[in-house]
Design a protein around this ligand. Structure first.
Ligand SMILES: Cc1cc2nc3c(=O)[nH]c(=O)nc-3n(C[C@H](O)[C@H](O)[C@H](O)COP(=O)(O)OP(=O)(O)OC[C@H]3O[C@@H](n4cnc5c(N)ncnc54)[C@H](O)[C@@H]3O)c2cc1C
Length: 395
């Protein structure tokens, strides 16, 4: 049960009557949205002693990562490619959140996936060396040399990208306390950290000319961020290189899929006293004297926030919730103009597991990922801006 105090709110002298009339709840922080970001934020706040209420519009928690069931089959709505979750300490910020809230997420691990591309089908493993064999088969010596050069160039960027835990990054005076301990390592990597602020294409263009390798890197960027190399931050790719191309690298899949991950975050939130309300669509952020002081739900119920209202909704959805004059017009126009990335469509296939071995092997997984990648090829057909990302291939 959340520790929601519902009879005191200092800025309201007659609040007791008001609360009786409107059934108003009061908490420290209201989080709008229960995506992985909203749940992580809320669970960590609850862990550090704040009263938190998460309001989720949908009837299922998890946002883009929610799980759903049809005819006995369970599906992930979004993510399927995970790494850095099954061990600790890990550079994956989600694993750092799970560590902070004291939660475990059992995962199966694998290192090989099957790919179907126009040039042919192949299995590829995480880890730097095996992809050289793939390149040798499809492209020859020059492509291998370029790939090795990229590994060399990326090495310092990978170290820079993991030199500070993302959770320590903040942009207020508190940064002195959280970033402080990492200053020696930051100073060492400063020049590379500056380069990591641009798109990955800036690094890739200087090293990789082979079209197959460029398509491969664009695909990896697309899997990471939904955009090709010129829209993906070099820091994100630096993190991936550090994680995927280190010795003994593995990929993971939470047992129970994204739904299990979301359940783990919700349980962590509730164990620390936070509360999640499903079917609670926030219609308006309440603003008084330049401060967000709560939210009004679609059913007119209000939830007051003593400390903050945090939105996990998209930038465009969040702007709709703010009263007209709550933020400067110029700021609103700039955020509103944030470009959307190209659409991404998932085709969900249920495979009857009867007759399959109970232990999924790399081979079984590679079949599933082959389907996943073939599906991507079809999907990139819709990618009007970047038709070169991958050529279409029929299932
Ligand atoms: C098809 C697909 C495949 C992906 N594959 C991968 C992958 O393999 N690996 C990977 O790491 N990432 C992947 N991602 C990305 C990953 O899923 C997302 O980055 C992540 O889930 C986004 O989480 P979030 O918390 O930022 O936002 P969201 O998940 O968008 O959460 C926002 C939440 O806010 C709620 N909300 C919005 N407005 C309101 C309101 N007014 N009132 C109340 N609630 C509201 C929404 O219902 C939603 O639950 C994929 C994404 C998609 C779509």
């Amino acid at each position: 049960m959340g520790q929601v105090q519902d009879i005191t709110y200092p800025s309201f002298p007659n609040c007791f009557n008001l609360l009786l009339q409107t059934d108003m709840q009061v908490t420290d922080v209201v989080v709008i949205g229960s995506g992985i970001g909203g749940l992580s934020c809320a669970a960590v706040l609850a862990r550090y002693g704040f009263d938190v209420i998460v309001c989720e519009s949908h009837s299922i928690a998890g946002g883009a990562a929610h799980a759903f069931e049809r005819n006995g089959f369970k599906f992930d709505s979004g993510p399927s490619l995970y790494s850095g979750l099954s061990y600790s300490p890990s550079a994956n910020p989600l694993r750092q959140v799970l560590d902070a809230i004291g939660s475990e997420l059992p995962c199966v691990t694998y290192d090989t996936w099957g790919c179907c591309v126009p040039e042919g089908d192949f299995d590829t493993s995480v880890g730097a060396k095996q992809f050289c064999e793939v390149l040798m088969k499809f492209r020859g010596h020059d492509a291998v040399a370029e790939w090795q050069e990229l590994q060399r160039v990326m090495e310092p960027f990978a170290s820079a990208a993991t030199s500070i835990p993302p959770a320590a990054l903040r942009f207020d005076f508190g940064a002195a306390r959280t970033v402080g301990p990492f200053i020696p390592s930051l100073t060492k990597h400063l020049a590379n950290i500056i380069k990591l602020t641009g798109p990955f294409s800036r690094i890739m263009d200087g090293v990789v000319k082979d079209p197959f390798t460029r398509n491969w890197l664009n695909l990896l960027c697309f899997l990471l961020s939904g955009l090709p190399a010129d829209g993906t931050s070099a820091a994100e790719v630096g993190f991936m290189f550090a994680d995927w191309y280190r010795p003994d690298a593995i990929l993971e899949y939470p047992i129970g899929g994204s739904g299990a991950l979301v359940d783990t975050l919700v349980q962590g939130l509730e164990r620390h006293g936070g509360k999640l309300i499903l079917g609670a669509h926030v219609e308006e952020v309440l603003v008084e004297g330049n401060r967000a002081v709560g939210v009004r739900l679609r059913d007119r119920q209000e939830i007051r926030a003593r400390r903050a209202v945090i939105s996990n909704a998209s930038v465009w959805d969040t702007l709709k919730l703010l009263p007209e004059n709550a933020i400067p017009k110029q700021y609103r126009a700039k955020r509103q103009a944030t470009p959307e990335c190209d659409s991404f469509m998932h085709l969900h296939l249920g495979i009857d597991a009867q007759g399959l071995q109970s232990n999924l092997t790399d081979q079984n997984l590679s079949v599933i990922f082959s389907i996943f990648l073939s599906k991507l090829h079809i999907l990139t057909k819709f990618n009007k801006q970047n038709p070169q990302l991958l050529t279409q291939k029929k299932l």
